[in-house]
Design a protein around this ligand. Structure first.
Ligand code: COA
Length: 254
């Protein structure tokens, strides 16, 4: 594993994790999935940890989704392996709060990762959305389950069916993000929120997270399994291959 895929910095009781592939807008490939698992593993048992801030390198993106070149090759069996889904569930279940600090693009798997975090602080220029259906697939890393819980079924349906991307102001209005700050202040604002959390009883915050997660997730196993089944069908479809190839051809032509 390349240790540079996800950078880690400790600041007292806080940790900052940075998705580190700015040249491809921090698109999440397998190496990055493994890198983030490894970082979470390093932090998981640390009782001095109060919160984690998760961000993307550079100023253009938190993450522009799963890596489309890799997605194009994934088969039904990979959908059942739940590669991104298991990682995002690990983030959601992480013992301390995880705060997404978002600048720029936050799309597809990137948006699913952000909504698996406890809280989201975004810059004014952030753009968020679930454009998967345009690629012939669905947001199957917990998106169809978590998004409706966060913003309500009606709004989630609209975003998932249309693939429409929303700006920071709309994201705040519909409850997709907790707060919007100037782009240059995103990391500091997320850290300030993490510090506010860190002042409180560590065990109390950990148990508050656990309790709210447990209460907010009826039928989770069934929903995630349904999602993987739907994605398994889509991963084998001609439409998916054609749409993803069109994205990759556009890239070659530039
Ligand atoms: N997977 C793989 N590569 C990606 C990617 C993704 N999800 N998103 C961006 N990249 C790559 C581009 O192919 C490009 O690579 P290149 O420099 O080798 O050509 C590089 O990142 C920069 O992207 P580019 O499109 O030139 O940047 P931009 O700032 O003009 O546009 C986006 C940014 C995010 C709007 C655009 O890249 C995009 O639409 N990405 C796909 C978003 C998506 O559909 N995500 C859902 C996947 S499930």
């Amino acid at each position: 594993m390349n240790d540079d895929t996800v950078l880690m910095e400790r600041r007292g009781a806080l940790a900052i994790l940075t998705l580190n592939a700015p040249e491809r807008r921090n698109a999440i490939d397998l190496a990055m999935v493994q890198g983030l698992h490894a970082r979470l593993g390093e932090l998981e048992g640390d009782e001095t940890l109060a919160a984690v801030v998760l961000t993307g390198a550079g100023d253009k993106a938190f993450a522009a989704g799963a890596d489309i070149a890799q997605l194009k090759e994934r088969k039904a069996v990979d959908a059942f392996a739940a590669i991104n889904s298991s990682l995002f569930k690990r983030v959601e279940d992480f013992p301390v709060p995880v705060i997404a600090a978002v600048r720029g693009w936050c799309l597809g798997g990137g948006c699913e990762l952000a909504i698996a975090c406890d809280l989201r602080v975004v810059g004014e220029g952030a753009k968020l959305g679930q454009p998967e259906v345009g690629l012939g697939i669905i947001p199957a890393a917990g998106g169809t389950y978590r998004l409706p819980r966060l913003i309500g079924l009606g709004r989630a349906r609209e975003l998932v069916y249309t693939g429409r991307i929303v700006d920071a102001a709309e994201a705040e209005r519909i409850g997709l993000v907790n707060r919007v700050v100037p782009d240059a202040e995103v990391l500091d604002a997320a850290l300030a929120l993490a510090e506010e959390i860190a002042k409180n009883g560590s065990l109390a915050v950990r148990l508050a997270k656990r309790t709210m997660n447990a209460l907010a997730r009826p039928n989770e196993a069934m929903a995630l399994s349904m999602e993987s089944t739907a994605q398994a069908v889509l991963f084998e479809s001609d439409d998916k291959h054609a749409r993803m190839q069109a994205f990759l051809d556009r890239k070659k032509s530039r």
